[in-house]
Design a protein around this ligand. Structure first.
Ligand code: ME8
Length: 652
């Protein structure tokens, strides 16, 4: 009964709020969102949890360094995380914060219960401690330099009374569980890492810390400081189900079906301490833990001190700016890149050139071009309607079904690179089919019925892809559904229905979703294409794609705004925050002109602004439009009306 009602429960780690989201944290969250959407599309009721880890001493320390009260700091940072995730089209069900009272109650209760049953006991600690990793190390693991074996930072000597969790008592049960459930830890390389870790032998873990008042106080023993942040943080997954508060009802959600994380926090924390805590509480264990690899940049792990950290919205925003792609689609393109190149077993190199190559290759040339050329020909030859009797050739129907099955299996296994490769085979197959069948020649020869049949394959392929890519690119899937004139993005089983578009079904006018990025944008890296014939074809179609109609132009709302205030955006040399008067309405925009104009030079000026651009989050500021300026060798030169005009005047 319970199992039938149970939701599919997916979690990400909860993120430390000492710094803003980056592409590493974005990876885990986007993978989780794609998994959640995939399961929803397959008809499962999903419960997707993410949140922030706010009780860590390092969070407290950063707040102090910045001179901000810690509570205010964590409130602000949690908001930055939530805003970033929403901007990246992440649809979580619950955002948990470990400073919430309900979570603190759970931590205290678990600590108390385990202490009462003897799984937590009081002892004393003498040894080395890494503040950055929040971890104690046995002297045997610490070299001459007394630096942290994990992060390399200097260790501190600690000598204090403290509570221990009896982890060693669970060593054999943990090993048995891993061996009896080989799919508990994925991919396989992480299972092996965990077995290696367990085979070194488990020591009891210190689960209280003195020296900082920030955190959950050790219950009934205030002199013992606060609960160790990992013991506290892991319990968020339980708090979020309503354990303690909802009686048996928490079992509608518990246990997690899939817990996602990076490889650094899998063997010791999620695959050892966490299941041991649950065993001690007598609760069922998560069904699957998946640990992805790391993004590395220029062959080094991304880190703030090396200055190679990328902010997800900036990466997507600059692609949008350079290519003219609408921001929601550029954000989806970023999601695509992260999932297509996702480090699974091994680490993977993140690069802007790689992102641009995937954008031009997979998205503009392959997916975008297939949709655009198919719809263009449907309009040119068949007045934008599905012609009578059009059916998919049996060979292609089989191939589409096989590819879709491969995608399903790969997404189920959290192997998005493989799933997307398989999905793109559908595009290659239709492009090959078009080349072989040449519907344009069939039309010239008067075989319009056959030409309609051939183009129908492109329609069915894009309809199928629209359903299959929704977990990865939800807004792009919506745009494709719109152009195909479907009411909604088809769900998984519906997308697999072949011949689903009836005779007479009308199609909308095609509109490029991914305008091609010109090669001059970032580097001389050649754009990746998948065949010389196709390159020529794609380029000529793109020339056509770049032309817009007067109706396209009319969709732009450009108005004259008067700049009321201007200030630099903190920590950016390029950006100014402008407050504008647009015909009595006040707007904020972020403009990349700080290298060319000072705030004083721009205040009072009248400038054209695109006012119906989707808002974008830039450096934590919501930018509601874009100013237009001339680009002279990369420098911005302001444009003004010939004489002063009323603010809000329309430009057309
Ligand atoms: O560990 N590539 O939080 P966190 C890929 N609060 N993934 C990366 C990465 C990179 N370069 N850098 C970080 C914590 N990550 C704890 C979790 S859960 C109860 C508590 C991933 O903000 C990293 O592997 O330091 C981890 O999964 C996640 O970002 C959060 O890291």
């Amino acid at each position: 009964m319970r199992d039938a009602m149970k939701r599919y429960y997916i979690t990400t780690p909860i993120y430390y709020v000492n710094s803003a989201p980056h592409i590493g944290t974005a990876l885990t969250t986007i993978v989780a969102d794609a998994c959640a959407r995939f399961h929803k599309r397959r008809g499962q009721e999903v419960y997707f949890l993410t949140g922030t880890d706010e009780n860590a001493p390092k969070v407290h320390r950063v707040a102090q360094e910045r001179g901000v009260p810690t509570q205010q700091f964590v409130d602000e940072m949690a908001e930055v995380f939530e805003r970033t995730w929403r901007a990246l089209h992440i649809e979580y069900d619950v955002f948990i914060r470990t400073t919430e009272a309900r979570h603190k109650r759970v931590v205290s209760e678990v600590f108390r219960r385990l202490r009462e049953q003897g799984d937590i006991y009081k002892g004393s600690y003498q040894g080395w401690y890494c503040i950055s990793c929040e971890t104690f190390f046995a002297s045997s693991k610490v070299g001459e330099a007394k630096t942290c074996p994990d992060c390399g930072k200097p260790l501190e000597w600690r000598d204090e009374p403290c509570y221990y969790f009896r982890l060693s008592a669970y060593e054999s049960r943990l090993k048995e569980h891993l061996l009896a459930h080989p799919s508990f830890i994925q991919p396989e390389v992480r299972l092996n890492e965990t077995l290696g870790f367990l085979n070194e032998g488990l020591q009891d873990v210190a689960v209280s810390r003195t020296g900082s008042e920030w955190g959950v106080p050790v219950p009934d023993d205030p002199d013992s400081g606060v609960v160790y942040v990992w013991f506290d943080a892991l319990l968020n997954y339980l708090t979020a189900t309503g354990w303690l508060e909802r009686g048996e009802a928490y079992l509608d959600i518990w246990p997690p079906d899939l817990q996602l994380m990076g490889k650094d926090i899998l063997p010791r924390f999620h695959a050892t301490i966490w299941p041991a805590m649950l065993m001690a509480l007598g609760l069922p264990l998560p069904k699957r833990l998946y640990g992805h690899g790391w993004w590395i940049v220029n062959k080094q792990k991304m880190s703030k001190s090396l200055g190679n950290v990328y902010a997800p919205l900036e990466v997507a925003g600059s692609l949008a700016q350079a290519s003219g792609c609408e921001l929601p689609y550029a954000i989806d393109a970023f999601r695509y890149y992260l999932l297509r190149e996702m480090p699974t077993d091994a680490d993977a190199e993140f690069s802007l050139e790689g992102f641009e190559a995937r954008y031009n290759g997979d998205l503009a040339n392959d997916l975008g071009n297939l949709l655009h050329r198919t719809l263009s020909m449907m309009h040119r030859y068949f007045e934008g309607r599905v012609p009578a009797g059009a059916r998919l050739d049996a060979g292609l129907a089989d191939l589409f079904a096989q590819q879709a099955a491969q995608v399903t299996e790969a997404f189920e296994a959290v192997d998005f690179p493989r799933g997307l490769r398989e999905a793109w085979q559908i595009i290659s197959a239709v492009n090959r089919y078009y080349d072989e069948q040449a519907p344009w020649t069939l039309m010239k020869q008067g075989h319009s019925e056959r030409a309609g049949q051939v183009l129908y394959a492109g329609l069915i392929a894009t309809r199928l892809l629209c359903g299959l890519i929704e977990p990865v690119m939800p807004q792009v899937a919506r745009a494709i559904a719109h152009q195909l004139n479907l009411d909604t993005v088809p769900c998984w089983s519906d997308a697999l229905v072949m011949n689903a578009l009836p005779t007479g079904h009308s199609l909308r006018t095609p509109k490029p979703i991914f305008p091609r990025l010109q090669a001059s944008h970032s580097t001389d890296t050649p754009v990746r294409t998948s065949g010389s014939d196709k390159t020529v074809q794609a380029t000529s179609t793109t020339a056509m794609q770049d032309m817009i109609t007067i109706d396209d132009f009319k969709r732009l709302q450009i108005r004259i705004a008067t700049v009321k205030a201007a200030e630099p955006v903190p920590k950016s040399t390029k950006l100014l925050k402008l407050t504008l008067d647009v015909g009595g309405e006040e707007r904020t925009i972020v403009a990349g002109i700080a290298e060319d104009y000072t705030p004083e030079q721009i205040v009072g000026k009248q400038i054209p602004v695109l006012v119906n651009l989707q808002p974008a989050l830039i450096r934590g500021i919501v930018s509601e439009g874009m100013m237009l300026a001339a680009d002279v060798d990369g420098k911005a030169v302001l444009l003004h009306p010939d004489r002063e005009v009323p603010s809000g005047s329309v430009v057309r």
